[in-house]
Ligand binder design. Sequence first.
Ligand code: CA
Ligand code: CA
Ligand code: CA
Ligand code: CA
Length: 318
Amino acid sequence: MIRPWRLGLLPWALLGCGARTGLEVRDAGPLPPQCVTDQDCDDRAFCNGAETCQEERCIPGAPLVCLGSTACSTVACDEEARACRTTPATEDRDRDGFRAPRPGTSPGSPDRCGDDCDDDDPEVHPGAVERCNGVDDDCNGIIDDNATLTPTGDAVRVSEAAVAPSGPGGVQWTGSRYGVSYWGYDSGRAHVYFRQIDRTGAPSAMQQQVTTTPNDAFGAALAWNGRVLGAVWQDRRDPSGGYEIYFNRLTPGGRAARARPAHLLRAGLLHQPQHRVDGGGVRAGLAGRARLRGRRGATRCTRSASTPRGGSSSPIRG
Ligand SMILES: [Ca+2]
Ligand SMILES: [Ca+2]
Ligand SMILES: [Ca+2]
Ligand SMILES: [Ca+2]
C-alpha cells in the first residue's frame, strides 16, 4: 500500500523517470466536433422537431405542437403521417357513419361523442327507419315509435318440467333480454329459479337455481340497475325462525354475486303465500317480434293514428 504522503511525490518520480527514458506526457488535444452539418444531428424522428448543428454541437429541435384536442377527439403528432392527426374518442365499429357514445354516456347526453345506440348493428343508427322489431332502430330512445304491440299466439313456458308446482317471482328487462325469476318445487323443496328470455319472448338459456338452502324458498322480486339485478325473496334457512327476507345481486344471466350467505333483511316473517300457483308451471306471455308467430307469443305491430285514443291504425313494416 502506498502511504498518502508518498502520493505527492509520484509526479516528480514520473518526471524523473521520463527524463531518464525520453518519454513525453502528451496533451489529449481538443475533442472532435459532434457535428458539422444539421444532417449529422438528425435522429430521423419527425415529432420531436428538427435537430440542428450549432458550434459543432447538436441542438434538439422543437417538438411539433398539435392543438385542437376536445373531449371527443385527441389531436397529436403522428410519426408515420409526419403531421398532426385527429383521433376520435369513440369508434364506428359497424361503419354505418355514426360513432358509439363514450362509455358511461348514452346517445343524446352531453359529451357522448357519438349517437349510435348499437354500434354493432349497421341498420341501427340515428335516422334509420324505425321498424316493429323490439329495437330502437333510429336511436331516439323509443323502441318501435308509435307502434302498438298486440300479443298473439300462445304464452311461453318458462319453468322447466321438473319444477312444479311453481309461481312467478319477477321480471326485468336487462337491456338485451328479460330476466325472469320464479319459484317452484323440485324433489319436495321449493327453490327460487331464474331464466333469461330473449326479446322475441323465447327462453334463451337454461334455468338457473338461485337459492341453494336446504329449506323452502319463494320469490324473487327483481330490480335492474343497468349492470346487475337485485333479487329479494323469502326462505326459512334459519331453523329457529320462520321465513326471512334475503337479498342478493344477480348477473344478467342469473348467477348469484355471493354464493352464500345472501343478505338477511328481515327475520321472523311468517310465510304468506302471495304467489299464484300454476300446477303445470309458470307461464308468461311476453312481447315478441312481428316475424315470430304461432307458439312464441308473436306480436302484430300497428302504427297509431294521431288521435290519442280510439283512432284508426294501420300496419307498419315489421
Ligand atoms: Ca356505428
Ligand atoms: Ca349502428
Ligand atoms: Ca326509435
Ligand atoms: Ca324498432
